[in-house]
Design a protein around this ligand. Structure first.
Ligand code: HEC
Length: 155
């Protein structure tokens, strides 16, 4: 029996459609490589924060639908990088800036202020030199208490 040589090349017709795991934007400001950012989240962050950033009861607060609120209050932008889990992560300044920018858009797009400028590696490098330690919980509580009246941007 003779085997027919079938052309191996099958031309894809139509547009190449990708199916992202989420429906957010394809490109995120301040994120050069979203796949790398996600990988760094998995390796360095989700052990405490969980894959969907809903956190761990009693130990790690939820970031999902919440973390962007810090960007509306004084000191919040700095806090998000000075918090111990971020400041002391075993990531370069560039990778850390990228994963923070990625996590904001990935987990709390609704609360990101209009005109938010993504963190740069230089800014992250400067902020992480002053990590919060035991006082992180107190600083956090003060900021969370100030959310509220001024926080009408959340839908
Ligand atoms: C060892 C557990 C742990 C790891 C690992 C960790 N975090 Fe956290 N993270 C926390 C806890 C706990 C808080 C609450 C503040 C505090 O008490 O430190 C927090 C707070 C935060 C906050 C501020 C939001 C808030 O509600 O306070 C951000 C942003 C954040 N983490 C991002 C990250 C990112 C990004 C990574 C990975 C680079 C990471 N974290 C790794 C435990 C962790």
């Amino acid at each position: 029996m003779r085997w027919l040589a079938v052309p191996a090349l099958i031309l894809a017709t139509g547009a190449a459609t990708t199916t992202p795991a989420w429906s957010g934007p394809e490109t995120i400001p301040g994120v050069a490589n979203a796949a790398r950012a996600r990988q760094n989240w998995i390796l360095s962050c989700q052990g405490c924060h969980r894959a969907d950033a809903t956190g761990t009861p009693q130990t790690t607060p939820t970031m999902a639908g919440f973390v962007g609120k810090f960007l509306h209050v004084p000191g919040g932008r700095e806090y998000l990088v000075r918090v111990p889990g971020v400041a002391t992560a075993a990531l370069s300044d560039a990778d850390l800036a990228e994963v923070v920018n990625w996590s904001l858009v990935r987990f709390d797009p609704a609360n990101i202020p209009a005109g938010f400028a993504p963190y740069t590696p230089a800014e992250v490098g400067r902020l992480r030199l002053k990590p919060l330690r035991a006082e992180a919980a107190t600083v956090r509580a003060g900021m969370v208490a100030s959310f509220g009246a001024g926080d009408k941007q959340q839908k």
